[in-house]
Design a protein around this ligand. Structure first.
Ligand SMILES: [Zn+2]
Length: 410
């Protein structure tokens, strides 16, 4: 039997991705918020495709689509997500789902391959209602109370209302069956420019960074902006601004090679032009794949806060809001992707961490997981201009299908 039986059909992959782009089109991208009409039609599109791969499709009670196989042998779970950020790109999510579908089409009907690929589209990876609600539901990390509390960040619609509106209320939620899968493999656009700038085709993800989030609060004294002399002011806003600059001065000495930090929101209280802010707050985020690095940086942050408070005139409080859990990608999966890249991408691959969060980090809490990246043109994503060259999409599909086959072969 010749090798071509095991290969992805590039034209079919591109046609599928374009079919998904035609649902909820916005300029050259898409607008598919979770549980929007366009999102639900995309889920239906997948449900109609899955039988081509010998998979029985179902949409569960949180909007996950799962295609399950009755073929004997080991089973590999593969997928990504189908909703998008608002007015965003066409590949973030669909690329991984279509690759998984293609792998299932190639592998599941081939009696020479022992085992099958099962396909998943996880709901709400983009966090319209929460964070990783679909994949967390599948791994058993989402309670009914979590769903009760989830709300659309763009409107006041609750998740319960949304589930009812799309006809999913009351359906059972699919849960991972212990021991069913040898692991989970996900493909995604890189959303950065490391691959493109290096002339590379494939990123072999080594880990997915954890996200640590902090609320840093500055307390001073609210007073009149005209009559209060500069020397006696306790300006919480000014203290915050200085603190931001000090972080940028001090973090480089303690951070790792790929640590990133961001002040995403600043609030001044009361926030009026003629009032000295008595209180100020910043939401601060740090990402890294090494908890040891974060521990070091958190100590720097707390020491800085203590020093500023001791010097006055304002006091500073640091509160950790979110503790990140970096996920290590399985070594066997990394090896399978690397071997597939040698065959289909001329070894134009690199091992790299993912700076963005993905469902694979959730699946990694219960089974071995791996991820593969394809280049993003200009490193752009979460924007409607997001794109990847067709040749890179096809190469990625071939590497993905071959990596699935290698994982199933053990
Ligand atoms: Zn994504």
């Amino acid at each position: 039997m010749s090798d071509h039986h095991f290969q992805a059909d590039g034209d079919r992959v591109l046609a599928d991705l374009n079919a998904l782009r035609a649902i909820g089109t916005y300029k050259t991208g898409v607008h598919k918020p979770t549980f929007s009409e366009a999102h639900m039609r995309s889920l239906q599109w997948l449900v109609q495709r899955l039988p081509e791969a010998g998979l029985a499709p179902a949409i569960d009670g949180i909007g996950n689509v799962l295609g399950t196989s009755t073929k004997s042998g080991p089973k590999l779970l593969a997928g990504s997500h189908l909703e998008s950020q608002n007015f965003a790109g066409w590949l973030d999510g669909p690329l991984g789902v279509v690759y998984a579908l293609e792998a299932a089409r190639v592998i599941n009907r081939d009696s020479c391959i022992n085992g099958a690929v099962e396909v998943a589209a996880w709901c709400d990876e983009e966090g319209h209602f929460g964070h990783f609600l679909g994949s967390r539901s599948y791994v058993g990390d989402l309670t009914e109370a979590d769903i009760d509390g989830a709300k659309d960040r763009n409107s006041d619609r609750t998740m319960r209302e949304a589930l009812r509106d799309v006809g999913l209320a009351g359906r059972a939620r699919a849960k991972a069956e212990g021991g069913r899968h040898v692991g989970y493999l996900e493909a995604h656009i890189e959303q950065g420019d490391i691959l493109e700038s290096g002339g590379l085709a494939i990123g072999i993800v080594t880990s997915i960074v954890g996200i640590w989030q902090y609320r840093i609060t500055f307390t001073g004294e609210q007073n009149h902006a005209g009559t209060t002399r500069m020397s006696v002011r306790k300006d919480a806003g000014l203290a915050l601004a200085k603190f931001c600059v000090a972080i940028d001065d001090q973090f480089p000495a303690s951070c790792g090679p790929r640590t990133v930090w961001t002040t995403g929101r600043i609030t001044l209280d009361p926030g009026a032009p003629s009032i000295i802010p008595g209180r100020a707050e910043m939401l601060f985020q740090v990402r890294d794949d090494d908890p040891g690095v974060i521990e070091r940086l958190e100590n720097v942050l707390r020491t800085m806060a203590a020093e500023v408070s001791a010097e006055g005139p304002c006091s500073v409080g640091v509160e950790r809001l979110r503790t990140g859990a970096p996920a290590t990608m399985d070594a066997t999966f990394q090896h399978a992707i690397e071997a597939a890249s040698a065959v289909f991408a001329g070894s134009r691959s690199i091992r790299m961490p993912s700076g963005a969060g993905h469902d694979a980090q959730v699946l990694a809490t219960i089974m071995p997981a791996g991820m593969l990246f394809v280049p993003s043109i200009g490193g752009i994503s979460h924007h409607w201009t997001e794109n990847t060259a067709d040749t890179d999409i096809v190469t990625g599909a071939q590497v993905f299908v071959d990596a699935c086959r290698r994982v199933l072969a053990g």
